[in-house]
Design a binder for this molecule. Structure first.
Ligand SMILES: Cc1cc2nc3c(=O)[nH]c(=O)nc-3n(C[C@H](O)[C@H](O)[C@H](O)COP(=O)(O)OP(=O)(O)OC[C@H]3O[C@@H](n4cnc5c(N)ncnc54)[C@H](O)[C@@H]3O)c2cc1C
Length: 391
């Protein structure tokens, strides 16, 4: 079975690995000229660590990752709002949680794919997809070339997926009313005593810091913003200062000591759930199918889960593609919708401009039973994976 994947991000590269390992004939196309990474870093939660182990890269990923112990919540005036014990999640699920820079993560996946004899074909921008014969999609690239295959996998991301447009008729993501500036901080000096996530909550504003080592972290500063506006890198520091200059010292340190070239500004979008991810011989996966907000912390993790499940579904139904696609959707739909919706709820609370609401939210957090939260997160993220259920 010949399989062509377009989009060389987390979903595309990890599915290429999973499918090649099962013996499929895989090719993969990416619009960029070479490897490039959006985002600063990710937390690989245990559900994703399980998939990375199946792909044979967990040890390598772990070697360059941090092992965060806690996810601390603090107010913008540095009051303690409680903490989720990440080690509890790990022990419920039986795999580690790892903080890693996006570039390290993607490079490890790409070299694994290389080692399997599959090279990403860069500079291949999909422009549109047509139905060629009944039941067969044909993918057209900007340079005038086109491809078909027995199976086409659209992993072309959240912002303008050609695969989503082909399947669903529309591919417009939904702007969710907030901006994230994301950055990578590195320093010679030891900056973090503990590898613990620090999540500072203000009113309509939020700043999260995720250490990877004692010297290195990635971070995201967010603010509610009704409309999509300009992105001018030269302005990013001033924009951040105008919001966060009175926030606790670690926040200021991230902003002051991150070179502006390592800061990006994102008007944050997600996707409304759609019930169908496939048409003819094409299926859409990853963000193109079910992009959640970054408040889920699960976008890349869910892309990895897609890769593993899709390879299994295709392997189990080699002569019935439609059945493979139906099985995949049945496994993945409910979990990904739950994550999209929960992330919207969390973002609405974090980016609320209502001071009274935010005071009550912080009070609620102080009174939260975090052991229950860790157990609920573990249960949700373990869904449809053979993970230890020790809670
Ligand atoms: C600000 C921000 C912070 C985030 N933080 C986290 C986090 O901490 N943890 C986490 O798990 N997730 C996080 N995510 C989500 C995560 O980045 C995505 O969910 C994940 O990358 C999805 O993988 P993907 O392969 O589907 O999409 P992508 O990684 O976006 O890859 C899509 C690929 O398709 C290519 N492509 C697009 N269009 C075409 C075309 N027409 N032709 C050919 N190629 C094309 C792109 O160049 C890209 O390489 C964050 C997202 C954002 C926006």
């Amino acid at each position: 079975m010949k399989i062509a994947i377009f989009g060389g991000g987390v979903a595309g590269v990890s599915s290429a690995i999973a499918l090649k390992q099962k013996g499929f004939d895989v090719s993969i196309y990416e619009r960029h000229e070479s490897a490039s990474n959006i985002g600063a870093g990710i937390v690989v939660w245990p559900n994703a660590a399980y998939v990375l182990e199946q792909l044979g890269v967990l040890n390598e990923i772990e070697a360059v990752s941090g092992h965060p112990t806690r996810m601390r919540r603090l107010s913008s005036t540095n009051e303690n709002l409680g903490a989720i014990d990440i080690e509890k999640i790990n022990s419920h699920m039986g795999y580690p949680s790892l903080s890693i820079l996006r570039s390290d993560f993607q490079n490890i996946l790409i070299s694994k794919l290389d080692s399997l004899g599959v090279a990403i074909q860069y500079a291949h921008t999909v422009t549109h997809i047509e139905t060629k014969n009944p039941g067969q999609a044909e993918v057209h690239f900007r340079d005038g070339s086109k491809i078909t295959a027995d199976v086409l996998i659209g992993a072309d991301g959240r912002m303008a997926s050609c695969a989503r447009r082909y399947v669903h008729g529309d591919n417009a993501p939904v702007y969710q009313g907030f901006i994230n500036w994301i950055g990578v901080y590195e320093s010679e000096e030891e900056s973090f005593e503990e590898i613990a996530v620090a999540d500072y909550w203000g009113v309509g504003e939020r700043f999260g810091i995720v250490p990877v080592t004692k010297h290195k972290a990635y971070w995201a500063g967010g603010v509610a913003c009704a409309d999509i506006g300009p992105r001018n890198q030269a302005e990013y520091k001033a924009e951040l200062d105008s919001i966060f200059s009175n926030w606790p010292q670690p926040v200021q340190k991230m902003i002051d000591h991150t070179p502006v070239e390592r800061i990006n500004k994102v008007y944050v979008h997600d996707h409304n759930p759609i019930p169908t991810w496939h048409k003819h011989n094409l299926i859409v996966i990853g963000d193109a199918a079910h992009a959640p907000l970054p408040t889920s912390g699960q976008g890349a993790c869910q892309a990895l889960e897609d890769a593993w499940h899709l390879a299994n579904c295709l392997n189990d139904n080699p002569h019935d593609l439609q059945q493979a696609f139906v099985n995949f959707t049945e496994i993945r739909f409910e979990k990904t919708v739950g994550i999209i919706m929960a992330a919207r709820g969390f973002a609405a609370s974090l980016f609320s401009r209502d001071e009274n609401f935010c005071m009550a939210r912080n009070e609620n957090s102080r009174n939260t039973d975090f052991a229950k939260v860790a157990a609920a997160m573990s249960r949700g993220w373990s869904q449809h994976l053979p993970l230890a259920d020790r809670h």
